[in-house]
Design a protein around this ligand. Structure first.
Ligand code: S3P
Length: 206
């Protein structure tokens, strides 16, 4: 839709302006599991004409096993160390859109690196939306507990103060994915280019 919308002042699409203003930095999506980071990230990367990486998939490829298997055979601490290394490598690799795992931002090295080399977007989802999505597919090792809902609640409480440090916050909710992507584009444009284009983003949280 907006690929054909161009700014009157520059003649460039918003996407082209964002890409230029990123100046080699990446766009990193952070937030709780099942907030939609990979789905939105993949679509956002297509809109911006940047490569897309999913940190979890890259960790699995590097380890040669699935995330549940890494947790089981090596433990969470080892998984977290691998996560720090993989995200560092991806951020060093040039501009891209990167979806991170829900716990990635809890490591200070990763937070610092993202601050230096990227613009971060927190996809903020309510606990009931996360729970509904988790129930549909509950393969997350951290949720193999007696009370997954209580675990999600605790993780949200622990993590939200950290997610709040992201440059931008977009409300992830049950609307068409393209709408959330559109709101990411608007928020990135406003953040990087300092211009507000009125395209009606309801989910951009100031
Ligand atoms: C985790 C989230 C998962 C994955 C791992 C740990 C977390 O990624 O990295 O299971 O700590 O919240 P998603 O956020 O993509 O589900």
């Amino acid at each position: 839709m907006s690929q054909t919308v161009s700014s009157a002042s520059t003649g460039l699409t918003l996407e082209a302006q964002i890409k230029a203003a990123l100046g080699g930095r990446s766009v990193v999506l952070v937030g709780m599991m099942r907030a939609g980071k990979s789905t939105i990230g993949r679509r956002l990367s297509a809109r911006l004409g940047l490569p897309f990486f999913d940190a979890d998939a890259e960790i699995e490829a590097a380890a040669g096993m699935s995330i549940p298997d890494i947790f089981e055979s090596r433990g969470e601490a080892d998984f977290r160390d691998g996560e720090v290394r993989v995200i560092a490598r991806l951020l060093d690799g040039g501009p891209a859109v990167l979806a991170t795992g829900g716990g990635a931002l809890m490591r200070k090295e990763t937070r610092d690196r993202i601050r230096d080399k990227a613009v971060s977007i927190w996809l903020k989802a309510d606990v009931d939306i996360i729970m509904r999505r988790v129930k549909r597919r509950s393969d997350r090792p951290l949720l193999q507990t007696a009370d997954p809902e209580a675990t999600v609640g605790r993780l949200i409480r622990e993590r939200e103060p950290v997610y709040q440090q992201a440059d931008l916050t977009i409300w992830s909710r049950d609307v068409p994915h393209e709408k959330i992507v559109e709101e990411c584009i608007e928020a990135l444009h406003r953040h990087l280019c300092g211009v507000t284009e009125a395209r009606g983003g309801m989910g951009v949280i100031p």
